[in-house]
Write a protein that binds this ligand. Structure first.
Ligand code: ZN
Length: 229
């Protein structure tokens, strides 16, 4: 069986991505980061989902991006709430984490070279997203090109790195339908940018709103546990 490294937050998209990698016959190694998030709910969810989906391994790396700051996810900046789709599409929001996917993919590349794995999966999406530049197809293609110039296993011809972004052209509802077909239990996943101390989703951040809309459009009852409004 082939190995793959899957960037994995325990959210809706990356959980679907892990299930896709497994369905394509990969030993899927999940990679998560303690990068200075405001909360550990996300990592608890990642552990649960990696276990539920049968990841071949799950690594949680420390990356103190909070020391750099510059994002509402890692610094003391308010997470935007109650924005409509037009507002979300306007600018790159303060929940953008500087160079996050470049940093994450670089760590995935390092692990892939050691495993070895010629395939990396990332759950980025160019439709229902918040305008992050490192979620675009151009970015993923450029990273793949760089990866094959960067590592010994590729340069010496033993491995040709491929970066898969299977959710790139799907909307949230399509992602949910795909994941349900692959047996993903979305009740275990966590997407909220600003959960309560006991792990309930706020229901008002961009991530919660896109997720909720996805369940509505898919005609699936939303298993997310929200803070009572
Ligand atoms: Zn939220």
């Amino acid at each position: 069986m082939k190995n793959a490294v899957v960037l994995f937050s325990g959210g809706l998209d990356s959980s679907t991505c892990l299930a896709i990698a497994k369905s394509q016959g990969y030993n899927a190694y999940a990679l998560s980061f303690r990068y200075g998030q405001r909360h550990t709910v996300e990592l608890d969810a990642a552990r649960r989902v990696a276990n539920h989906l049968g990841a071949a391994g799950h690594l949680v790396l420390d990356l103190p991006l909070g020391t750099i700051g510059g994002s509402a996810l890692t610094a003391d900046i308010d997470v935007p709430k109650d924005r409509d789709t037009a507002e979300m599409e306007q600018d790159i929001p303060v929940t953008y984490v500087p160079a996050r996917n470049t940093v994450f993919l670089s760590m995935a590349l390092a692990w892939a070279e050691v495993l070895p794995a010629a395939d990396i999966f990332i759950g980025v999406n160019a439709l229902d997203y918040s305008g992050y530049p490192d979620c675009r197809p151009e970015f993923v293609e450029a990273f793949e090109k760089m990866a094959n110039l960067a590592i010994k296993e590729a340069v010496e011809g033993r491995l040709m790195m491929k970066v898969h972004a299977p959710l790139m052209r799907l909307n949230k509802a399509q992602i949910i339908e795909l994941g349900m077909g692959l047996g993903v239990d979305y009740g275990l996943t966590h997407s909220c940018y600003d959960p309560s101390g006991d792990g309930l989703a706020c229901g008002r951040c961009d991530s919660c709103l896109l997720r909720r809309k996805g369940f509505e459009e898919a005609g699936v009852s939303d298993p997310t546990r929200y803070v009572p409004q």
